[in-house]
Design a protein around this ligand. Structure first.
Ligand code: NI
Length: 135
């Protein structure tokens, strides 16, 4: 039986206001449904990090300034090192300085953790977001 349990949540008024606004835009019937959705999504996004074995697939998205250091060539070099785990790469020049690059990945948890760490450590990368699913 999956019993529903009530619990209290405290948060700053301004954050709750933003949350309610998001709920309204997203079409959730109430806060409980929205919160359950967010918790499930967060668990799904983070569960792969708990394991050291298994296979995952998904995306790694990065935002970077291509003028910064040697970031473009280093990024290419890392992607060649992980060629076996990278299915394809999409690069968009979003402004004069900024590049958005998404790589589709498929590989072992261990390899993809290493790839994420390597990308995150690259100088010049402003943001790295990984979204993978366990197979
Ligand atoms: Ni670019």
């Amino acid at each position: 039986m999956n019993e529903l349990i009530r619990f209290g949540v405290a948060m700053p008024a301004s954050l709750l206001e933003e949350f309610d606004s998001l709920i309204e835009r997203s079409g959730f019937a109430n806060r409980s449904l929205a919160l359950r959705h967010l918790v499930r999504q967060h668990i799904a996004e983070k569960s792969w990090e708990q394991d050291s074995v298994g296979t995952v697939c998904g995306t790694i998205t990065m935002l970077y300034d291509h003028h910064s250091n040697e970031v473009s060539s280093e990024l290419t070099s890392v992607q060649h090192d992980f060629g076996g785990q990278i299915t394809c790469t999409t690069h968009v020049h979003v402004s004069h300085e900024l590049c958005l690059e998404t790589i589709i990945v498929n590989g072992s948890v261990e390899q993809l953790k290493r790839l994420e760490e390597t990308l995150t450590a690259l100088k010049g990368i402003q943001s790295v977001h990984i979204a993978v699913f366990k197979l």
